[in-house]
Design a protein around this ligand. Structure first.
Ligand SMILES: Nc1nc2c(ncn2[C@@H]2O[C@H](COP(=O)(O)OP(=O)(O)O)[C@@H](O)[C@H]2O)c(=O)[nH]1
Ligand SMILES: [Mg+2]
Length: 227
């Protein structure tokens, strides 16, 4: 599960621009297996389960399990969705098999304790917010909750502003103001401050996931270098 030498880790950072995620299976050059857990977090009905279904389709060729989802009688997620995706990563001439378990938490108030549990051992988080202006309070509450659970852990995360196809979505500018995020578009490393998506159509779902995975993987490699 680990990257073996510091030398390789350093090269990996230097040659970060060569990094590429691929769903394609590969040959005998496979060297390492990395395992991660990614949580989709956000208020109820923001599109977390939809994200997960779309990802499952996009990585269909290499998915390891079918994923499961338990719903309440009104069709909402009761416990959590889970799927494992397997893909390959080329980094500094090393081929990694990255296996990622993806879980989504229920947004329903009465299951608060299960939401906290879902974050246990998370290597990365995608916060899925709703573009419906009427859902802003819920977005903010859920974001605060996430921050309070992850405050001391420095888990990499990305923020997705979903349902951009709504008739009158909140403007990106207002959304950023409400959440206290910077108004510029991207950070220095190229990741976006927010990822506008239409999960229903799978739009930008994969890019958002991949940008998070790059952070997750580098975070892991940095940890390896220190130890
Ligand atoms: N218009 C629109 N509806 C969406 C989008 N993504 C999800 N939905 C709908 O929002 C509802 C809640 O989605 P779901 O994925 O179950 O939300 P969850 O509670 O966060 O898991 C469903 O009816 C979805 O079809 C989107 O991008 N646009
Ligand atoms: Mg759900």
């Amino acid at each position: 599960m680990t990257v073996d030498s510091k030398r390789k880790g350093k090269e990996a950072q230097k040659e970060g621009e060569e990094l590429g995620l691929s769903g394609k299976s590969c040959s005998n050059s496979l060297k390492k297996v990395l395992q991660f857990k990614v949580v989709y977090w956000g208020p109820g009905e923001s599109g977390k389960t939809t994200n997960y279904f779309r990802l499952r389709e996009k990585f269909d060729a290499v998915k390891l399990n079918r994923g499961y989802s338990i719903e309440t009688t009104d069709g909402r997620t009761l416990w959590q969705d889970s799927v494992r995706l397997s893909f390959y990563l080329n980094l500094a001439k090393i081929k990694y098999n990255v296996i990622t378990q993806i879980v989504t938490a229920t947004g329903q108030e009465r299951f608060l304790s299960t939401r906290e549990y879902v974050l246990d051992g998370a290597d990365g988080v995608v916060f899925v917010a709703d573009s419906d202006p009427e859902k802003m309070e819920q977005n903010k509450r859920s974001f605060r909750e996430l921050s309070s659970f992850t405050r001391d852990q420095q888990i990499p995360y990305v923020i997705q502003l979903n349902k951009r196809d709504l008739d009158e979505p909140i403007s990106v500018e207002d959304f950023k103001k409400e959440l206290g995020l910077p108004q510029f578009e991207a950070y220095e490393d190229g990741t976006l401050v927010i990822y506008p998506t239409v999960a229903l159509e799978g739009e930008s779902v994969r890019r958002c996931f991949e940008d998070l995975m790059v952070q997750v993987i580098f975070n892991f490699l940095r940890g390896e270098l220190k130890s």
